[in-house]
Every structure is written in C-alpha cells, then in structure tokens.
Design a protein around this ligand. Structure first.
Ligand SMILES: Cc1cc2nc3c(=O)[nH]c(=O)nc-3n(C[C@H](O)[C@H](O)[C@H](O)COP(=O)(O)O)c2cc1C
Length: 171
C-alpha cells in the first residue's frame, strides 16, 4: 500500500479484539518507531510495552477511565528524555515532544499497514502512569496507544480543506 493510502485509511480505533499480535508484525511496528528521525539524531525515547491484564486495567484508569484501552492485547507507552534531546529547536524549545511524536506516528502508520489498530491517547495522568510503570523522575510520558486488531471500522472524522491550512510565500 502507498504511504498516502496508509495515512488515508488510519483511524483512531476504540474497540479491540483480544486476538494476539503476531511477533513479526509487532517487530515491524517497533522497527518503524526505531527508524524515526530526531533532533541531532539523539533518539530521546523509550517505549514501554504493557501486556499484563491487571496493569492494562490500571493504565486505562490512569487514562481518565478510558476502559477500551485495556481490551487491546498491548498498550504502548511512549516516553521521552528531556535531558537527552536537542535543546534549541527554533532557538526556543526542547525537541523531545516532537521527536517522540514522530516516532509514535511512524509506529502508528506501520500498525495500520499490518492491519492493526491504534488510538493516540493524550488524556492521561502522567504521575499515575509514571508511578504504575516505574518511569524515572527525569523521564516524561508523552502519549499511549493501545495496539491490536480492530473490533470496529470507524468512519473518517474529516479534515480541514488544504486551502485553509496552506499558504504560499506569506502566512
Ligand atoms: C494529541 C492527541 C490526543 C488524543 N487523545 C485521545 C484520547 O485521550 N482518547 C481518545 O479516544 N482519542 C484521543 N485522540 C484521538 C483523536 O480524537 C482523533 O485522532 C481525532 O478525533 C481524529 O480522528 P481519527 O484519528 O480517527 O482520524 C487524540 C489524538 C491526539 C492527536
């Protein structure tokens, strides 16, 4: 499938089948994240894979009670290292949220290619997630995603037209 087709077909999936993820597919999904670009190629990220049923339920609670997350066979927690990233992006910000976002989106698009569903989860309590997974103090949690075979076929949510989001030569 072309990259654009993968992008077009991806949806946020909020219903999951319990079927296990084949190991080879999982490795390709993780490889896509590993190959992502990052500021100064510092790769300030780590992905925690959660399979344990009790831990998945606790994580779902820490994501403001989004229970569907725990139905997927795997939850991936994307973490970033503020102390190990490019510090002067645009001369004003650290790159880690961008770096981790690119890697997680790579992962999400390869998951789509494998027929696997994901859902970017940005609604969560960071302190709770960190405490559950023993994430060190200096590490940040950027987002989570469930990973598994979809149990629904969501409709497209639609997007702004190009003319609203692109301009030429001046803002
Ligand atoms: C930063 C961010 C945070 C999000 N947080 C959540 C979330 O906590 N729970 C959820 O169900 N969806 C979440 N989403 C998914 C969005 O609702 C979804 O991407 C958007 O409605 C477009 O739908 P689509 O992904 O199916 O195209 C989040 C997406 C992004 C990019």
């Amino acid at each position: 499938m072309s990259v654009l087709d993968v992008i077009r077909l991806r949806r946020s999936v909020r219903v999951y089948r319990p079927d296990p993820i084949p190991e080879e597919a999982l490795q390709r999904v993780l490889e896509a994240a590993r190959l992502a670009p990052s500021g100064k190629n510092l790769q300030p990220w780590k992905f925690v894979l959660v399979q344990d049923d009790r831990m998945k339920k606790k994580l779902a609670k820490a994501c403001n009670q989004q229970a569907f997350i725990a139905d997927a066979p795997l939850i991936i927690v994307a973490c970033g290292f503020p102390d190990e990233c490019y510090r002067a992006m645009g001369r004003y910000m650290r790159s880690w949220p961008v770096d981790v976002t690119i890697a997680l989106e790579h992962l999400i698009l390869q998951a789509q290619e494998e027929g696997l569903g994901t859902c970017w989860i940005g609604s969560f309590g960071e302190e709770e997630v960190k405490s559950l997974l023993n994430v060190p103090e200096h590490v940040k949690v950027l987002a989570l995603t469930p990973l598994g075979y979809p149990g629904e076929d969501p409709q497209s949510r639609g997007r702004k037209p190009l003319e609203k989001i692109v301009s030429y030569d001046s803002f």
